[in-house]
Design a protein around this ligand. Structure first.
Ligand code: 16G
Ligand code: ZN
Length: 537
């Protein structure tokens, strides 16, 4: 009874705004920041319950709207594993976020607690992080009040962080490891240095120019590079020079528009450049090919290219280990958005490729089925997962092989990669360090890396429709099952183009249907995209 009173009382502080319908969607709630206090408060309650359900393990609550505009904000939950909130709990998240009165809220919670047999006595623990958005401060207070309104639960403000830092810290905490932000940095520094130390022929490395999207990632990178030699990074768009978060900058902008972010131009022709998104869970690389292109078009190295580089490096180490290394099931997970040329490339390397629905939680799940599973979305979100079993095999081999032998070095590299790469979730900081060390290992420039394969020209458009749920796709989103007949019509268009491929899917984050098309020339891809868009209208 006191529990119910507690929630009734705090929920009066956070009335739900009129006329807003929220959905947890692909990766949490997002809306104009001014509308979100009641939502974040309620997600605070959910996080406490999630912690309680899992024996008071630590749960993470992140306040960010990622690559979206600065006036937006959002909230998402990290499960104790460091992965995304279990999808089983998403409907409950939707229900309570939309509950129209304190009474309805309390009754939904009561039913859920009974159904899931959650014991409220012990108290849960929730770690709260936020990105650099100013609206994050008051939203964080709302989250704290939500967490604490579940009696006995504690809220820990872990400050301004990247999304992947919070996921990493939650994962480490629940594994009983050191889990502060400085432990995160320490871990990156140690494993990076280890990989650098294992480079066979070390050349002088060239400068990298980083676009921090005027967000949290650039700031954290500044801290990180203070402790790193062997890498020369110039960071632009830190947000301190008056730039606005995600406005004309960042990984999402560069990947979608294929033009340079603000602060980059002719002076950077040929330089190796990279962009983070607003909460630093996405990474893309690019370079400006030549002055003759006007200095604003970029050659993009997207998530698919990063994935290909990682796959190549890991495969090389397994080959060095020899027959025993070949037993490792190395696989790749992509989405329908992956450039067809990248899929061909990893298949030719002899790797297994599987497809997942858009959204990190779907890729992550499929990558867990391999000994080493590499997943990436073309937009730059991805990571590498090592199975426990394979990792302990590697650690055992480190003892068997003699120190300094090729096999010992290869095994040590793989162990270091497993520490460097964030296994909770895709992480722009750790991904960047891994790209940098692999390029140094290979002795490659960004241009050389780009030549692994040539992207097929592609085009994306969005179509506004009265009801996007009318479009239903197969589980891999490569084909539309509904509206009836539309897939046949799409296939009819595809047939007209050399290397043509196209699909439609309802967005998980916006009220639109997305169209993707690729073909052998840019003109053909554009034209295929527009004819498919016509079919959707
Ligand atoms: C979310 C997803 C991203 C996905 C995008 C698709 C996470 C952390 N983020 O931003 O991976 O690519 O949604 O958006 O899962 P869409 O459904 O609107 O195309
Ligand atoms: Zn993001």
């Amino acid at each position: 009874e006191t529990q119910i009173a507690s929630i009734l009382k705090t929920s009066e502080l956070y009335p739900i705004p009129q006329s807003i319908k929220l959905s947890y969607g692909t990766a949490g709630f997002r809306a104009d920041a001014s509308l979100l206090e009641s939502t974040v408060y309620r997600v605070g309650i959910l996080s406490s319950l999630r912690s309680l359900k899992l024996n008071s393990s630590t749960v993470g609550l992140m306040i960010t709207a990622s690559h979206n505009k600065v006036s937006d904000n959002g909230v998402k939950v990290s499960d104790p594993s460091g992965g995304m909130l279990s999808q089983e709990w998403e409907p409950f998240a939707d229900q309570i976020a939309n509950a129209s009165s304190p009474k309805e809220l309390v009754s939904l919670i009561k039913d859920f607690v009974e159904k899931k047999e959650i014991a409220i006595e012990k108290g849960g623990e929730v770690w709260l992080g936020r990105d650099t958005r100013l609206s994050g401060e008051s939203l964080l207070r709302a989250a704290e009040i939500g967490v604490r309104s579940v009696l006995g639960s504690v809220a820990v403000d872990v400050g301004v962080l990247t999304t992947p830092q919070l996921h990493w810290m939650v994962r480490a905490k629940n594994k009983g490891l050191n889990a502060t932000e400085s432990d995160y940095f320490e871990n990156l520094i140690t494993s990076f240095k280890c990989l650098i130390g294992l480079i066979p022929v070390k050349l002088e490395s060239s400068k990298l120019v980083l676009d921090g999207a005027n967000g949290v990632g650039g700031l954290k990178m500044e801290v990180l590079i203070r402790s790193l030699s062997d890498i020369d990074v110039e960071i632009r768009n830190t947000g301190r020079d008056g730039g606005v978060l995600n406005e004309g900058v960042g990984a999402d902008f560069v990947q979608k528009e294929k033009v340079v972010p603000l602060g980059f131009g002719l002076k950077d022709v040929g330089m190796r450049c990279a962009s983070f998104d607003g909460d630093a869970d996405r990474l893309v690389y690019f370079y400006i090919p030549s002055e003759s292109c006007g200095g604003d078009k970029v050659e993009l190295l997207d998530g698919d290219k990063i994935l290909s580089l990682f796959a190549l490096f890991i495969k090389e180490q397994l080959n060095i280990i020899g027959d025993e290394g070949k037993k490792c099931r190395l696989g790749v997970v992509q989405t329908a958005y992956a450039n067809g040329a990248s899929t061909d490339y990893v298949k030719e390397m002899g790797l297994e490729v599987v497809f997942a629905k858009t959204g990190v939680k779907h890729l992550h799940e499929k990558a867990e089925e391999f000994d080493v599973g590499i997943y990436f979305e073309a937009n730059g979100h991805g990571t590498i997962l090592f199975s426990e079993c394979f990792l302990s095999w590697l650690v055992g081999k480190q003892k068997d092989y003699s120190e300094g032998s090729d096999k010992h070095n290869a095994v040590s590299r793989l162990v270091a990669v497993s520490n460097l790469i964030n296994q909770a979730v895709g992480d722009a900081l750790s991904g960047l360090l891994l790209v940098e060390v692999i390029l140094q290992h290979m002795g490659w420039s960004v241009q050389k890396w780009n030549e692994l394969y040539k992207d097929l020209p592609s085009k994306q458009v969005k179509v506004e429709v009265p009801d996007r749920t009318a479009v239903v796709t197969t589980s891999e989103e490569t084909e539309a099952l509904k509206p009836l007949g539309i897939q046949d019509a799409i296939n009819g268009e595809i047939k007209k183009y050399q290397r043509g491929r196209a699909f439609i899917r309802p967005s998980g984050t916006e009220d639109v249907v997305r169209v993707y098309a690729e073909a052998s020339t840019q003109e053909a891809a554009d034209s295929l995209a527009s004819s498919v868009a016509q079919l959707v209208k």
